[in-house]
Structures are given as structure tokens and as C-alpha cells.
Write a protein that binds this ligand. Sequence first.
Ligand SMILES: [Zn+2]
Length: 297
Amino acid sequence: MNLPWLTSVFNQLTGRFLANRLHHALLFCGPAGIGKLALAEAFSKTLLCQKPSSLGACEHCQSCALLDANTHPDFHILESKKQLGVDKIREGIGKLSATSQLGRNKVLVIPNADAMTDSAANALLKTLEEPTNNTFIMLLTDKVQHLLPTILSRCERTVLALPPEHQSLAWLQQQGLEDASPALLQAYGGAPLKLIDAMNKDGEGLSFRAFNEGVDALLAGSTTALSLATTWQDAARQVVNWCQQRAHKAFIINQRMEDYAAYSESTQAAKQLQHPGINKVIVLTRVLERLTRPTAY
Ligand SMILES: [Zn+2]
């Protein structure tokens, strides 16, 4: 497990598996961007490995090689961007009912378990109640309150928290993000994988770094609020969110009313952006113009 804040959970799960005391239905819940899927994948590898040890998968057997190549016949993952319907769940369950092709365990991972429709969840219930032999199901969610109580009651829950800041920053630096700072991490809600994802995005979306560069250019007078607002309109909510955090922080430090006004302005803008028909460029321009007032920050 290469995410240090999840190592102890991983070791604990592995220990219980090796002692034959692992529940067949596991629920990993916690904020987005902390590595729930990475944990599920690393642990699946251990469950499927032909020579697992307390360190996890052996990384050398046929099973480990098949997983690395994304072709393991007993590992299934139900990806879903939006809704996860009953057909998809039935398809996943169907795969579990077949005999394991490598003669060991079978694993089904459902990354966005909260995306299951009620009928999909009901279809899954029976499998959770009466699983086929050697079957493990892992449900992942950052919205545990969206899961049916009947599902929750049949899973063993592991609650994962945001990693401690120092651990996230050290890890981000190891990943080559040398300018990772507490402020940058906070801009992504303290979730290190969310930050890495945003930094790795090229062109699509807007990174916090690009936002800061844009604001610096605005403060230096080399661009205008309107020009930035036009470029950033597709990321309007994110931009407003960052402006809001910036103003909030400035107010805490300086206790100036200008900062509070900027904070109110962005809070109001965030509400306005919830209306589908709103002109995002106008809203953003107003929030960004606030940054150029000399006393604002
Ligand atoms: Zn192995």
C-alpha cells in the first residue's frame, strides 16, 4: 500500500484475511480524494494473490501479474460516472456466481456505491446476504448517507478520514509536487489525491496553480477580470470557491472589513452560480474585480 495514511488499515484488513476472519462485504467510506479506490485495489490484489503474506500481495505470482495487466478473470470493478443501474449490478453479481477461474477468491469492487439506484441496491442485497463461496465485495463511497440502511447493515464499515496534513504534504513532495503547501492542500479540501489529479490535468479543468498565476497577473495589471472570467467560466464554481477561501483567510489574518466584503461577495456568487441560467462571466468578473482593489487583500 503506497499511501502511508492507509497502511495501518491495509495491514489490519490483511491480517484479518490471513486469519480467516474477514467479512465478505466491506464498505470503505470517507472523503473523496484520499485513496479509497487505491486501498480497494491493493487489498483485492492481496485477496486474489496465490502467496499472500502479512505484507499483502506477493507481486510475483500469476494472479498478481494478471491484475497488473488488468486482465484478472476473478476481479471485477463496476465503474459508474452517474447512476449505477440494476442491469450493471446483475452483470457484476453474475460474474461472482461463476466458479473462480484461478481457483481462489473472487472480488467485486463498486467504487461509487452511492450511485446505485434503489433497485440496483436491492439486487445486490441478496448477494450480500448469501454470498457465493470465496467471494468478497467492496463498496466505496464518499456519501455514505446515500446508501440504503439495508445495505449498510450487511456490510462491515471502515471509516477513513482525511490524512494528517504533514503526511499529505510529505507524500505530495515525494510525488514531485515540490511546491505543495498547506494552502494548496486546503484548496483541495485536504485531499491529496484530488490535488494530484488536478495538477496532472492538462488543459481540462483549472488547477489551483493556474488560478494563482491568473490572480497574480490580475493584481500585476497584466490581465483583466473580464478576460480571466471568460477563460475560467467553465470552472466558475471552483474559482469562486478559491476566491472565497482566499478572502476568508485574509480576513482571519488581517481582520479588515474589505476582506470580509470580498468574502461575502464570493459567498453570494457561489449561491448565484447554483442557478442554471446565470451568466457565469458576469458573476466571475465581479468576484475577480474585488481582488484588484488595493485594500482587498
Ligand atoms: Zn501474488
